[in-house]
Design a protein around this ligand. Structure first.
Ligand code: S3P
Length: 449
């Protein structure tokens, strides 16, 4: 799954971007579509599924637990085993780079009478799993993880599920849709009410899709504004037809490219604009970005639109910390936009960025500094002085940017390359396959038009 040989790539300054394109399916929704379909009784059909390595890892894992998953033409068919029906996998489950696969599948297995060992690549093996182990252990699962020198619980780990598990009420200590979803998935095969209190709202695809599959799930808001999500198990899920919208986190790279390269004018069709995911678009509009949402509609419970984006001279802003959960994956590319904006952009409240596929604050700070960008790396954010134009003004010839097995770092610098004086190279483009197969060709098709 993981390529052992790094694939360096070079990105040259570009002329205007133009044309009408679409981006691959939403990664978060694709994982959930496969998992819930595998738990329904009968045959679900999925179109628009992201065929990136992360999602394919989830599909393989579900196959190893008894689900039949096939693709014919553009349709993925999943024959589910029913809630409670997962089988013991024969071998360890290799999840490559995918934190979402790992955390969601840990929840799934926690309330089934099976056990599974998870392994991953060097990036995934560094990521903290204690945040999922804690609530799943309260539900009765037995999870043994590797402990690191700085006391983190990491992969490889083994989950021994329990059936019946104990329903819990759990207040999320970190704003994490993966933790929320792991508990909900465990709750599906747990008799009684599993309740999650979410003080800060995160992406709500699991709640929406669970409702669509017929689970007994409700969401209320308490007096202090926290969301209370209650799921009654054991659930019976009905098979569905699911259309996965284009991923706003992938569209983000092309939106920023069109905003920053002079003369650009593009349309990106069929992009998910769920408000729990659309923070970047709002921030870019506040920076002066010309982004308009055309043909707004709802597909499978998710809001979708076509995005029309035109080049705009951006101005730096102070990005409020409370918008962070709705654009948590988009900060690397926002930092690129900030680097070419006029004036200062301040970001804060971003501790979570340090435990993504890489430490995204430090990787972005290093790479942008190499391109001559003046910035300060704080504990919880970056403060960036925009160049107001081209990058590489520091004058270092063609630096090789380190991407640390992180797809979003690789794509962010690919886009930054379009605005350099003489191009830049990154050490490894391969991780882009995890979320955005065809990224390089799509950028080329826009710049060649
Ligand atoms: C995701 C949730 C987010 C996000 C990740 C996908 C999901 O992670 O960064 O790319 O699909 O639930 P956290 O739950 O760690 O915030």
């Amino acid at each position: 799954m993981t390529s052992n040989t790094p694939q360096p790539a070079t990105f040259k300054p570009s002329g205007p971007l133009g044309g009408k394109i679409s981006v691959p399916g939403d990664k978060s929704i694709s994982h959930r579509a496969l998992i819930l379909s595998a738990l329904a009784v009968g045959k679900s059909r999925i179109t628009g599924l992201l065929e990136g390595e992360d999602v394919l890892a989830t599909a393989d894992a579900l196959r190893s637990m008894g689900a039949k998953i096939e693709k014919k033409d553009d349709v993925w068919t999943v024959h589910g085993v029913g809630v409670g029906g997962l089988m013991q996998p024969a071998n360890a489950i290799e999840l490559g780079n995918s934190g979402t696969s790992t955390r969601l599948l840990m929840g799934l297995i926690a309330s089934h009478p099976i056990s599974a060992t998870f392994t991953g690549d060097a990036s995934l093996s560094k990521r903290p799993m204690g945040r999922v182990i804690e609530p799943l252990s309260q539900m009765g699962a037995d999870i043994a993880a590797r402990e690191t020198a700085d006391q983190k619980s990491c992969l490889p780990l083994t989950v021994r599920g329990i059936c019946p598990a104990i329903p819990i009420e759990y207040r999320l200590p970190v704003a994490s849709a993966q933790v929320k979803s792991a508990i909900l998935l465990a709750g599906l095969n747990t008799p009684g009410i599993t309740r999650i209190i979410e003080p800060v709202m995160t992406r709500d695809h699991s709640e929406t899709m669970l409702k669509g599959f017929g689970a007994d799930i409700s969401v209320e808001t308490d007096a202090d504004g926290s969301r209370i999500i209650s799921l009654t198990g054991e659930a019976e899920l009905q098979p569905q037809k699911i259309k996965v919208p284009g991923d706003p986190s992938s569209a983000a790279f092309l939106v920023v490219a069109a905003l920053i390269v002079p003369g650009s004018d593009i349309i990106i069709e069929n992009v998910g604009i769920n408000p729990t995911r659309a923070g970047l678009f709002e921030v870019l509009q506040n920076m002066g970005g010309d982004i308009s949402f055309k043909k707004k509609r709802v597909v499978g419970g998710e809001p979708v639109a076509d995005l029309h984006v035109k080049h705009s001279q951006l101005s730096g802003i102070d990005v409020p910390a409370d918008i962070a959960p709705s654009m948590i994956d988009e900060f690397p590319i926002l930092f690129v936009a900030a680097a070419v904006a006029n004036g200062e952009t301040t970001t804060r409240g971003l501790h979570e960025l340090r435990v993504k596929e890489s430490d995204r604050l430090s990787q972005m700070a290093k790479g942008l500094s190499d391109l001559g960008v003046e910035l300060t790396e704080k504990d919880d954010g970056l403060v960036i002085q925009g160049s107001g134009g081209k990058l590489l003004s520091g004058g270092r010839a063609k630096p090789v940017i380190e991407t640390a097995l992180d797809h979003r770092i690789a794509m962010s610098f690919a886009i930054a390359g379009l605005m350099t004086k003489s191009g830049l190279s990154i050490d490894d483009i391969w991780p882009v396959e995890t979320s955005f197969p065809g990224f390089d060709d799509l950028v080329k098709s826009l710049t060649d038009s």
